[in-house]
Design a binder for this molecule. Structure first.
Ligand code: SF4
Length: 62
């Protein structure tokens, strides 16, 4: 499973990128993108990003 960011919704606030930088990075458009799968080790931080995104742009994905 890998988190999915809705690029049209992301406002590039940086919260997810700073909270879990091993999963979320900014792409060339300055929007967040998940670059790693969700694992047992990072799933709590990924969920924290999902819950904290101010515009609800992140979903768990498949
Ligand atoms: S927390 Fe949400 S709005 Fe902020 S950079 Fe991440 S996906 Fe974009």
């Amino acid at each position: 499973m890998r988190a999915v960011v809705d690029k049209d919704t992301c406002i590039s606030c940086g919260l997810c990128v700073s909270t879990e930088p091993e999963v979320f990075e900014f792409d060339d458009d300055g929007k967040a993108v998940a670059v790693s799968d969700t694992t047992e080790e990072n799933k709590d931080m990924v969920q924290q990003c999902i819950d904290s995104c101010p515009v609800d742009a992140i979903s768990n994905g498949e």
